[in-house]
Design a protein around this ligand. Structure first.
Ligand code: G3P
Length: 215
């Protein structure tokens, strides 16, 4: 399973990339807005830090505008993935861009049928929003399982990036459901490898070792 970081915070990205655990980055207009930096400048900087795919989202919603914007974004770096929202115009844009060899990430997916449409249009990645699906009282895990099932049955090339991951359980469920990638907010990352019993165990071992050495 690959880990992407769902952030545009360059310090967070550098730290986790240095751990060797960052396979890519996803951004969206809300994430970019949080950093308060120039869109092009921050995306280009992230693309230099990280070897893997970096998603940058279009901000227009009409087919022609999206395609034009996507062509421009794709030239910013070799590892840019153009994020396109799941709309009729978006599907049309994904189809055109995939024919031009521009990689896309179809975002804001909340149902299996939306996912299938994005795969069929040729999206390189599809982004179901696990937390927001759970918020609707439905099962994000089931959606990921079903998306994976369809990919395996029909041999679609699209990879699933699970987005809107809010806590450890979401990550664990995404892994068990067969997601190719989880995109994780920087804030959550450290919670994935920490556990109070691990901390307590280390403290106890340290104390006992000190007692042993002072005998
Ligand atoms: O990648 C999408 C993510 O940023 C949205 O998360 O928690 O607002 O549903 P959330």
């Amino acid at each position: 399973m690959k880990f992407f970081l769902d952030t545009a915070n360059v310090d967070e990205i550098k730290r986790i990339n240095d751990l060797g655990l960052c396979d890519g980055v996803t951004t969206n207009p809300s994430i970019i807005n949080k950093e308060g930096r120039d869109f092009e400048e921050v995306v280009k900087e992230i693309c230099q830090i990280v070897d893997g795919p970096v998603s940058a989202e279009v901000t227009s919603y009409e087919y022609e505008d999206m395609v034009e914007e996507a062509r421009k974004l794709s030239k910013w770096a070799d590892n840019i993935i153009v994020k396109i929202p799941m709309t009729e115009e978006g599907l049309k844009a994904i189809k055109t861009l995939s024919e031009e060899g521009i990689k896309t990430n179809c975002t804001l997916i909340f149902s299996l049928s939306q996912g299938i449409m994005a795969m069929k249009a040729g999206a390189t990645f599809i982004s179901p929003f696990m937390g927001r699906v759970d918020d609707m009282g439905e099962s994000g895990k089931k959606l990921i399982e079903n998306l994976r099932k369809v990919i395996d049955i029909y041999g679609y090339d699209s990879e699933i990036i699970v987005a809107s991951i809010r806590h450890n359980k979401h990550l664990e469920e995404a892994a068990l459901a067969g997601a190719h990638i989880a995109t994780i907010p920087g804030k959550l990352f450290d919670k994935l490898w920490t556990h109070p019993l691990t901390t307590a165990g280390i403290e106890a071992f340290k104390k006992d070792w000190e007692a042993f050495e002072n005998r």
